[in-house]
Design a protein around this ligand. Structure first.
Ligand code: IPE
Ligand code: IPE
Ligand code: MG
Length: 248
C-alpha cells in the first residue's frame, strides 16, 4: 500500500467479453476487441494514479479448451496489440512483463514478446504485467522445477527452501504481491490466476462486463479497497493501535 492508501499492485481478471458481444448479437471476437479498449483506459488511469504494478489476465492455461477459431483470433489480437502499443507504452515509461508459459506460442509471437520486454526494461513507471497462457498452478510448478534443479546440482539444500525462495522463483519475482484483485463479468472465482500471490489480497467483484468497465468503476474498486482494514492475522485493535502510534 502507498502513503495515499492506493494499492501498489492491482490484479484484474478481465472477464465478460464474450457475453458482452452475445448481448449485441455479435461474434465473441468483437467483445475481445472492445475489451482491449478498456485495457487502454485502465492502463491510463493507473499511470495517472501512479500505481506501481497492474497485472492483467489475458489468456489462461485453460483457455486453449475454447474453439480453435477463438483461440487463433485471440492470438492475433494479442500479437497485433503488442505490436501497435509497445512504442506508446515505452513513451509513457511503462515496463512490460509477460508472464506465462510462452513456449506454447508461435515463434513470431515469442520474438515480439522478448523484444517488447527488452525495449521497455529500463522504464521506471507502471509495471504492466500481462498473464498469457498463465496458470497459478503452472507458475508454482515451474518454480518447484527450478528450485529442485538447484538442489540436485548442489547449489542449495532442501532445508534452505523457504517462502521467500519460492517467491523468488515465481514469474512475478521482484514484484510486490497484489493488494487489490478485481474480477469483472460477475463470476466470483480465481480461475487459476495468481494462486500463491493472492494469499492476502483484497477481493472486489463486479458484474460489469469487461468492455463496459471504465475508470470510474476502477476508482470505485480502489475506494472500496481504501475502506477496508487489512489485518494479516492481527486483531482489529492491534491495527488501530499501530496506526495511532504511527500518527503520533
Ligand atoms: C474474458 O472474456 C477474456 C478471455 C478469457 C480471453 P470471456 O471470453 O471469458 O467472456 P465470457 O466470460 O465468455 O463472457
Ligand atoms: C479467466 O476467465 C481467464 C481470463 C480472463 C483470461 P475465463 O472466462 O476463462 O474463466 P472461467 O472459465 O469462467 O473460470
Ligand atoms: Mg469468461
Amino acid at each position: 500500500m502507498t502513503d495515499n492508501g492506493n494499492p501498489c499492485h492491482i490484479a484484474i481478471i478481465m472477464d465478460g467479453n464474450g457475453r458482452w458481444a452475445k448481448k449485441r448479437l455479435m461474434p465473441r471476437i468483437i467483445g475481445h476487441r472492445a475489451g482491449v479498449k478498456t485495457v487502454r483506459k485502465v492502463v491510463e488511469y493507473c499511470v495517472k494514479e501512479k500505481i506501481e504494478v497492474l497485472s492483467l489476465f489475458a489468456f489462461s492455461s485453460e483457455n486453449w479448451r475454447r474453439p480453435k477459431k477463438e483461440v487463433n483470433m485471440l492470438m492475433e489480437l494479442f500479437m497485433g496489440t503488442l505490436q501497435s502499443q509497445v512504442d506508446k507504452l515505452d513513451k509513457n515509461n511503462i515496463r512490460l512483463h509477460i508472464i506465462g508459459d510462452k513456449t506454447a506460442f508461435p515463434d513470431s509471437l515469442q520474438e515480439k514478446i522478448v523484444s517488447a520486454e527488452k525495449q521497455t526494461e529500463k522504464n521506471t513507471g507502471l509495471n504492466l504485467v500481462i498473464a498469457a497462457n498463465y496458470g497459478g498452478r503452472w507458475d508454482i510448478t515451474q518454480a518447484v522445477q527450478k528450485i529442485t534443479a538447484k538442489v540436485t546440482a548442489g547449489e542449495m539444500q532442501a532445508e534452505d527452501i523457504s517462502e521467500s525462495v519460492i517467491n523468488d522463483h515465481l514469474t512475478t519475482a521482484g514484484l510486490p504481491e497484489p493488494d487489490l484483485f478485481i474480477r469483472s463479468g460477475g463470476e466470483e472465482r480465481i480461475s487459476n490466476f495468481l494462486l500463491w500471490q493472492l494469499a492476502y489480497t483484497e477481493f472486489y467483484f463486479t458484474s460489469t462486463l469487461w468492455p463496459d468497465f471504465n475508470q470510474t468503476l476502477l476508482a470505485d474498486a480502489i475506494n472500496s479497497f481504501k475502506n477496508r482494514q487489512r489485518r494479516f492475522g492481527h486483531t482489529g485493535e492491534q491495527i488501530v493501535d499501530s496506526l495511532n502510534s504511527k500518527n503520533q
